[in-house]
Design a protein around this ligand. Structure first.
Ligand code: NAP
Length: 460
């Protein structure tokens, strides 16, 4: 005992990835008595809340206030600009922490694997999202929004987000934190029609109700749904899907009001080729197979081609068919599912659980659910960490390496430019002050060097 203080064993956790799942796991581990160091590859925290959630949804983004409260805990530290697999390794972390939690999300997009997919003008929606949200790795991407029609492939909420962003009025985007480079491109865009293409039917779409409903409130775009697509649909049992069908029925009854833009939802179409000028030339359209629905033996409704096809002419294709994780050297990976191999959040090696290694969020269960889904997901993993702490089966870090000061000294030597929470607060204050004159929540800095520079202006 020292100085009469009750003895409390020092238990330290590293969480890799400062998005929602990383923050929920952090919060719960702090409450369980752990000291937590939260790492992120970017100098900024908040993952997809900063770089994924659409800028015209500021309410959803306000969840960062909850995360900032977590960051106020005395046993919390943030290390931004530190990439696992590049700057630091799994072994580096295992030498220094009793528990390592991977919350790295799913960084890449699924591919259609059809001819023409990589033509200029055909992009993963994930990149478009990262670009308009000012993610530093995508700030130099170019999106040509000078055509008339764009096709968005996929029927999830990301497809809705990108379709909506394409038809929002610049006046609606002006008060948001859309990256300045994207605001400039949107302000001169000539895309005036967006066709969102789903391979299955209206009752199978993955949209959530508020997102689908919001399309009916667009200032300058009429929503178009062909009523024929809603004929003969069986009432879905699932409440969200049933409401989706109701909303789509309402849309199908609307008469276009002659707005300057159109947003059409077209179902039962699978892209078979992205068409373009010559070999490898820019996109001119999408050839789609027209499908019918079939119920498989497992009860799942699938799509099969009728043999008929159509061509949807367009100058831009955004492929929004889901995300997948990318492997990190040394960490067991399930190639088929595109996530870290795990059992209930415990990372699973060839011969069983890897002591002290855990996962939360999309890299644990795949890219599904909304932000709040990650809270329960994290608590399931944290319950296992607590159980392993009880039974003494966490990782054993190297003596002399794992104390908080030793970790900070190691990182400072390895990456002198890493950004602490105080550094992030300085970035935040700077971005907010840039936004203030225009009534915007912030103007995002989109260059790593600028972010690091701004992080240094922290108050002493
Ligand atoms: P998602 O909801 O899983 O949707 C993926 C879509 O891609 C599905 O419609 C799927 O159709 C389709 N698809 C997959 N492979 C295809 C292929 N080869 N050809 C044609 N279509 C294909 O994924 P997401 O939109 O990327 O969203 C990820 C998660 O983030 C979701 O949980 C979503 O709700 C959430 N999110 C939420 C918000 C919000 O709350 N505002 C915003 C954005 C994202 P099938 O169903 O036929 O497979």
């Amino acid at each position: 005992m020292n100085g009469g203080e009750p003895f409390k064993p020092l238990t330290r956790a590293a969480i890799v990835g400062a998005g929602p799942s990383g923050f929920y796991a952090t919060d719960q581990l702090l409450k369980a008595g752990f000291e937590v160091d939260l790492y992120d590859a970017l100098p900024t925290p908040f993952g997809l809340v900063r770089a994924g959630v659409a800028p015209d949804h500021p309410k959803i983004k306000s969840v960062t206030r909850v995360y900032a409260k977590t960051a106020g805990h005395e046993a919390f530290r943030f290390f931004g600009g530190v990439e696992l697999g590049t700057d630091i390794s799994r072994d580096d972390l295992l030498a220094r922490y009793h528990a390592v939690v991977y919350a790295i999300g799913t960084a890449t997009d699924n591919r259609l694997e059809i001819p023409g997919e990589d033509r200029p003008g055909s992009h993963p929606a994930t990149e478009f999202v990262a670009w308009y949200n000012g993610h530093p790795h995508f700030a130099d991407q170019q999106f040509d929004l000078n055509g008339g029609r764009a096709v968005v492939i996929g029927n999830g909420n990301v497809a809705i987000d990108v379709a909506r962003m394409l038809v929002l009025d610049p006046g609606e985007l002006a008060p948001t934190d859309t990256a300045d480079h994207a605001l400039a491109t949107f302000s001169t865009a000539t895309v005036n029609e967006v066709v969102v293409v789903g391979r299955r039917g209206p009752a199978e779409a993955s949209f959530t109700n508020p997102e689908l409903r919001e399309l009916g409130e667009l200032q300058r775009a009429d929503v178009i749904v062909d009523p024929a697509q809603l004929e003969g649909i069986e009432e879905p049992e699932d409440t969200t899907k049933r409401r989706n069908v109701e909303i789509l029925r309402e849309y199908s009854r609307l008469r276009p009001q002659g707005k300057s833009h159109r947003l059409e939802l077209r179902f039962l179409r699978s892209p078979v080729e992205i068409l373009g000028e010559g070999e490898g030339g820019p996109v001119t359209g999408v050839r789609v197979a027209i499908n019918r629905l079939v119920r498989g033996e497992d009860g799942r409704v699938g799509a099969e081609p009728t043999g008929e096809e159509e061509v949807i002419e367009c100058g831009l294709v955004l492929r929004s068919i889901g995300y997948r994780g990318t492997p990190v050297p040394g960490i067991p990976f399930d190639q088929r599912r595109g996530l870290i191999r795990n059992e209930g959040g415990r990372v699973l090696g060839e011969s069983g659980p890897c002591p002290g290694e855990y996962v939360v969020g999309w890299i644990k269960r795949g890219p599904s659910g909304v932000i709040g889904t990650n809270k329960k997901d994290a608590s399931d993993t944290v319950a296992r960490i607590a159980a392993d702490a009880e039974t003494g089966s966490l990782n054993q870090p190297v003596a002399g390496e794992y104390e908080a000061d030793a970790v900070a000294a190691w990182l400072t030597e390895r990456l002198p430019d890493h950004v602490t929470w105080e550094g992030w607060e300085a970035i935040d204050a700077h971005e907010s002050s840039l936004g203030e004159p225009a009534g915007r929540p912030r103007v995002k800095l989109v260059r790593i060097e600028e972010l690091i520079q701004a992080s240094r202006n922290r108050r002493p």
